[in-house]
Design a binder for this molecule. Structure first.
Ligand SMILES: [Zn+2]
Length: 478
């Protein structure tokens, strides 16, 4: 039996007893986890019996992070497969959806998408957000209306949100924003930095006004890509952004980006970031599908996290990134759902390994424990949320998985993540509170909406407002 205690005493919120806990590559029987009211673990004891009052769970994983999401892309699911084409053609469909969103519609849609994530086993999401303004580029009358819609959606369903507020200033290298991209742009690096700083204050004030609730929403930052943020603007943003803030960027998802960057700057996108001093452990690069050997060494040696999005990279025909080589070079690997055509952390873990198998012709490129580490603690670290290893002081975020379903029965516990899917997720605990159970929301503001607790009900309403152009009738339950 081992026990561990966090430092300063916190009032206990709840104690969970896990029949078995899968963490750090081992399966531990009989684990008691105590959550404090601040949403962090205050104590853990391994190999102990349950005590009266404990909430009993079955097989439990640490919280899982969706380190890269664009919530609104969910509206395209199952609607683009008759078009053929490539990433760039898909992007035109995506712009069309972007222009139908208002803050109110976005609240509805994001609430449904975050609800799906939660019941699928994601306890935290990094939302890569660039839909800042009205379609013609003018700010909404209510400051930060779109950002606050996302924050409200996350709070109402009970998922941790890291809002990766994104700078998007150009339509391509040496190309101004196109008319359909005006909603994304703040005009200049200074404009984006000013809005970011103001948003930071706004979110802090919002959290301070809710002292009884755990702080589920934090602010990070992103540069959309070397296509969409000119070099001098990236330099200005890197100088102006607080150093502890997690910073993300799309990198080399498409060969065209590499070609354009080489033509304009004489270096690859990774080389360009290196020249700006941006390659540090606080940076996460998303996709990194098409890297040179030098790029790969640079990212690994500087400890930059690579966020792979296997389901999206397959869906869009991006290619298979060099995940195993990146990990060997020193890059932590995190996982994201990106366009949300698939919302299933187990399928992303599997996609990472299966892409490696298809490309290399060998199995076991990532062990199941490494896959779980990527989906959990490396994702949390990439979002600035600390670790997800269930050590006292870590977020009290847990995912209970049915180890006896038609999919998982017979699987060895240490290989469960390669057998389970989101359909096997039972109770989901965020910040010490049960927020989902077997596909339904529980115990949150959104759980009370009709039909009670149903993510599909929320989504039906949200898609209806987009498809019909009507305004959402029901006010948000503030
Ligand atoms: Zn993306």
């Amino acid at each position: 039996m081992t026990t561990a205690q966090a430092g300063p005493a916190q009032p206990a919120l709840a104690t969970y007893w896990c029949e078995s806990l899968l963490v750090d590559g081992v399966t531990i029987p009989g684990v008691r986890l105590t959550a404090g009211v601040d949403g962090r673990l205050t104590a853990r004891a391994d190999k102990v019996p349950a005590e009266p009052g404990d909430i009993r769970l079955g097989t439990v994983l640490p919280g899982l992070a969706n380190a890269h999401s664009h919530a609104f892309h969910r509206a395209l699911r199952g609607r683009t497969h008759d078009q053929g084409g490539d990433f760039w053609r898909w992007r035109e469909s995506m712009y069309a959806v972007a222009h139908t969103l208002t803050p109110e519609r976005y609240l509805y849609l994001a609430r449904a998408v975050f609800a799906e994530m939660l019941v699928s086993g994601y306890t935290a999401v990094g939302e890569f957000h660039y839909l800042h303004h009205q379609p013609d580029g003018t700010p909404y009358p209510h400051a930060h209306a779109m950002e606050l819609a996302l924050a409200t959606a996350a709070r109402e369903v009970g998922i941790r949100l890291v809002l990766l507020d994104t700078s998007y200033l150009a339509g391509g290298i040496n190309t101004p924003v196109r008319p359909e991209q005006r909603a994304f742009s703040d005009g200049s690096a200074a404009g984006w930095l000013a809005r970011w700083a103001n948003l930071h204050e706004t979110l802090a004030a919002d959290a301070a006004a809710r002292p009884a609730e755990p702080a589920l929403v934090t602010l990070g930052a992103a540069l959309h890509s070397v296509r969409a943020v000119p070099r001098d603007a990236m330099r200005e943003i890197l100088a102006g952004l607080p150093t502890q803030v997690p910073l993300h960027i799309h990198l080399s998802e498409q060969p065209q980006e590499n070609a354009d960057c080489l033509a304009a700057h004489g270096v690859t996108p990774t080389g360009l970031l290196n020249g700006l001093g941006a390659l540090t452990p606080r940076l996460s690069v998303v996709h990194a599908t098409h890297l040179s050997d030098d790029d790969l060494s640079l990212l690994g040696s500087t400890g930059v996290t690579v966020v792979m999005c296997p389901s999206t990279e397959a869906d869009l025909g991006d290619g298979i990134g060099r995940a195993r080589e990146l990990a060997a070079a020193g890059s932590p690997i995190a996982l994201g759902s990106d366009q949300n055509a698939v919302v299933d952390p187990f399928l992303e873990m599997r996609g990472l390994e299966m892409g490696e198998r298809l490309a290399s012709g060998s199995r076991g490129r990532f062990t199941p424990a490494e896959l779980l580490y990527a989906a959990g603690t490396d994702g949390y670290a990439a979002l600035g949320l600390g670790r997800a290893r269930l050590v006292p002081g870590d977020p009290a975020d847990l995912v209970e998985v049915d180890a006896h379903s038609i999919r998982t029965l017979g699987a060895r516990p240490d290989q469960l993540v390669l057998a389970a899917t989101a359909s096997d997720v039972r109770r989901v605990i965020v910040a010490g509170r049960i927020v989902a159970d077997s596909g339904r929301l529980v115990g949150t503001a959104a759980a009370a909406l009709a039909p009670p607790g149903s993510p599909a009900g929320l989504l039906r309403d949200a898609l209806d407002t987009l498809d019909t152009g009507r305004s959402p009738e029901a006010p948000s339950p503030e």
